[in-house]
Write a protein that binds this ligand. Structure first.
Ligand code: FEO
Length: 168
């Protein structure tokens, strides 16, 4: 694997690891603000991000590169509301989508079609994730954040956590 591709994949490993910690921070916030269902959903999503990280680590190592772990900025742990938290999450996923797209562009430029093919899974995954978080955010905005609305949203996120448990 070319060094430029290895470096770019290592940068993505760092972003996926950060994503995992970011969702962990969100899960902790939810769990300590009376939202156990949202916490369960975000704990599960934190695990998913760890799986994304491991997927890239395994690919880099298998293709003759060496995965490297980076220094990590502490994620934000305080949020004004569930809407603010999910807005930050949605923005973060857009950032990750752009990062994956840039990485894919680099593989084309470097004629590394094997890595390009590997990244197809992530491209599809980002479409799914952006759609999931857009839908959740739309719902939060629609119902508002009264106690009863939050109760229902929390139940819905708990159900989604159960449904998504097997996703990689
Ligand atoms: Fe691994 Fe949510 O992007």
């Amino acid at each position: 694997m070319k060094k430029v591709i290895e470096d770019a994949l290592n940068a993505q490993i760092e972003k996926e690891e950060y994503s995992s910690r970011f969702y962990l921070a969100g899960a902790i916030w939810c769990e300590t603000h009376g939202l156990p269902g949202a916490a369960k959903f975000l704990y599960a999503h934190s695990e998913e991000e760890r799986m994304h990280m491991l997927k890239i680590i395994s690919f880099v190592n298998d293709r003759g590169g060496v995965s490297k772990l980076g220094a990590m900025e502490k994620p934000r742990q305080e949020f004004e509301s569930l809407e603010e938290l999910f807005t930050k999450i949605k923005d973060h996923e857009v950032f990750i989508t752009n990062s994956i797209n840039e990485l894919y562009g680099l593989t084309i430029q470097e004629k590394d079609y094997t890595t390009g093919n590997f990244l197809q899974w992530f491209i599809s995954e980002q479409i799914e994730e952006e759609s999931t978080f857009n839908n959740i955010l739309d719902k939060i905005k629609l119902v508002g954040e009264s106690n009863i609305s939050l109760f229902h949203i929390d139940k819905e996120l708990e159900a989604m956590a159960g449904a998504n448990n097997n996703l990689g």
